[in-house]
Write a new protein. Structure first.
Length: 299
């Protein structure tokens, strides 16, 4: 998998919302092959059960399916809030929410271009966070066909109080106040963050013990987008009869970190007309790690 190189890292300065609003995030053109699809699938937990033929459809020698979460990993500009001249302390950035809208499923190989832009900044008040809203369009590099739109909300801890900013993202709905209709539990393993790193997210908090401890974790945590990809897997299994091309979208809030090796249970509520709701939690402790989840699919 080849991608445009990341810009040179710079020293952080005081937060300036106008600088962040005006930042030019380079487009990322990326050629990917079937091998890259398999690597991504391995990095979100496919293949942990090698006796499951549905998992082998993504990672086995005759793999024929693309994990839908791949759209979040390719054509991505990397950790641009650190790499570009954004005037923030990257160590105080928290990925708060993510939404993926799929318009055309990705093939097993292709050439795509991701175009990312900041769509808004929200001031939560003095001593509180600022929210940064970003959107990435993922298109076929040759035809311009739109494969997917990825929307992110980032929390800049302690950056609020600049007396400005627009409206925040639409509030995500809570899950229904009843027992889930089904639950899909999926394992992770201790090397999962190192595998997921191969798909482009090289934030050291996921692979370096000293960095993880410097920001308050006992050990490196799993990428939030890897947990997101694992939820995609569970929901395609639970609502789409294992057919990833039926998935249309997934939104959720990152509620708590996951440590590699933990088992994740995804509680699923069926709705009407291809709508579902979900939450993901640590199996055994009940700690919710993905909340306010919604899922859209072709019935």
């Amino acid at each position: 998998m080849t991608a445009s190189p990341s810009p040179k890292v710079r020293d952080e300065t005081a937060f300036d919302p106008s600088t962040l609003l005006d930042v030019a995030i380079p487009d990322c053109r990326q050629r990917y092959e079937a091998r890259d699809c398999r690597i991504y699938a391995l990095g979100v937990g496919y293949g942990i059960d090698p006796s499951d033929p549905h998992q082998l459809d993504y990672v086995g020698p005759a793999a024929r399916r693309v994990a839908p979460g791949l759209a979040t990993a390719i054509g991505a500009p990397g950790f641009w809030l650190r790499n570009l001249d954004c005037g923030i302390d990257w160590r105080r950035v928290v990925h708060g929410e993510m939404a993926l809208e799929i318009l055309e499923p990705l093939p097993m190989s292709g050439d795509v271009t991701g175009r990312t832009r900041v769509t808004g900044i929200v001031d939560k008040g003095p001593g509180r966070a600022a929210l940064v809203l970003a959107e990435r369009e993922l298109r076929d590099s040759a035809t311009g066909a739109l494969h997917a739109v990825i929307r992110d909300t980032f929390f800049l801890i302690g950056a609020g109080g600049f007396d400005g900013g627009g409206a925040g993202p639409a509030r995500l709905p809570s899950v229904p106040d009843r027992a889930p209709d089904t639950c899909v539990a999926l394992g992770t393993h201790m090397q999962l963050a190192f595998l997921h790193r191969l798909s482009g997210d090289r934030n050291e908090v996921h692979t370096d013990l000293a960095v993880a401890r410097s920001v308050g974790y006992d050990r490196p945590i799993l990428h939030g987008v890897a947990t997101y990809g694992l939820a995609c897997h569970a929901l395609v299994r639970g609502l789409c009869d294992h057919d990833p091309e039926r998935m249309r979208g997934l939104s959720c809030r990152f509620a708590a970190p996951v440590y590699p090796g933990q088992r994740i249970a995804v509680d699923i509520w069926r709705g009407a007309d291809g709508q579902g709701a979900f939450q993901a939690r640590i199996d055994g402790t009940g700690q919710v790690v993905l909340s306010h989840g919604t899922f859209q699919y072709a019935p």
